[in-house]
Design a protein around this ligand. Structure first.
Ligand code: F6R
Length: 257
């Protein structure tokens, strides 16, 4: 695992946006794994600006998102499809048919999840997987006890995750859907390259646990120690609980103005 520590949130987000931009610029058929959440909003802002300043042909680019809420909400403005449309897709010259999210409103979950895995494989696998991290240590919506071999499936969201995501639901955790579809930890471990972005002091404890603690299905992100090419990009706030030993191994990048 590689560690990159940025002096502030904006620099960390711009760094990750650069990784996504470079992946698309170097490979016209790039397959991106994308994430939602508050942390990624600024990343997509930077990426959209980069794409406008120096356009890249995205006609051959394909995206697969990590997760989507289950039920009718998957067709509403609170869905992750709507989030992606708002923050990224509508600003880019990318074919809607090339953008994929797990179909949270499906009647046949088993078949839909199997089709999602098949579609990722048919696209040639994911070149660069973007990840955030939840307070439970989840990546995607792989909550505690997710098998490291898990694949795309329906999961129950942890209470802490429903609290974390309540803002889009009138700050009422009980209104956050109880279930979601998520790609599995096993699916994530098969990506060619992964970058996990964490910013802010609220992520410091879980980042220290995942980076230096036990590798355990109780913290899904700890599975990333088994990923062959994974980078954690942190701002100083999210990195503040890391030990000196860990910080010695990190690359420190300068502020972006
Ligand atoms: C969302 C996802 C989640 C989030 C994580 C962090 O697609 O996969 O794992 O990345 O919950 O969310 P924020 O950025 O809102 O703290």
């Amino acid at each position: 695992m590689k560690l990159v520590i940025a002096p502030d949130q904006d620099t960390a987000c711009a760094h990750v946006a650069d990784m996504l931009y470079t992946c698309c610029a170097q490979n016209p058929a790039a397959v991106l794994g994308l994430a939602t959440g508050r942390t990624m909003e600024r990343v997509y802002g930077h990426l959209v600006r980069r794409m406008h300043d120096r356009p890249v042909n995205l006609a051959g680019c394909t995206t697969f998102n990590l997760d989507e809420y289950c039920g009718p909400v998957a067709r509403t403005a609170q869905s992750y499809r709507a989030y992606m449309q708002h923050h990224l897709f509508r600003h880019l010259d990318i074919l809607p048919t090339q953008t994929h999210l797990p179909p949270g409103d499906t009647d046949d979950v088993t078949a839909a999840c199997a089709r999602y895995e098949t579609a990722i494989r048919a696209a040639g696998g994911i070149d660069l997987q973007l990840l955030g991290i939840g307070h439970t240590g989840h990546i995607g919506f792989n909550e505690p006890l997710s098998s490291f071999a898990s694949r795309t499936r329906r999961v129950r969201l942890a209470p802490a995750t429903r609290t974390q995501n309540a803002e889009m639901f009138g700050d009422c955790p009980d209104d956050v859907p109880q279930h979601a579809l998520t790609v599995g930890v096993g699916t994530i471990l098969e990506t060619r390259r992964a970058v996990l972005l964490a910013t802010g002091p609220g992520k410091a404890a879980i980042i220290a646990r995942v980076t230096e603690g036990a590798i355990s299905p109780m913290t899904s992100a700890s599975a990333l120690h088994f990923h062959p090419d994974c980078t954690f990009v942190l701002d100083e706030d999210a990195a503040m609980d890391l030990s000196d030993e860990c910080r010695w191994m990190a690359e420190f990048i300068p502020p972006r103005h």
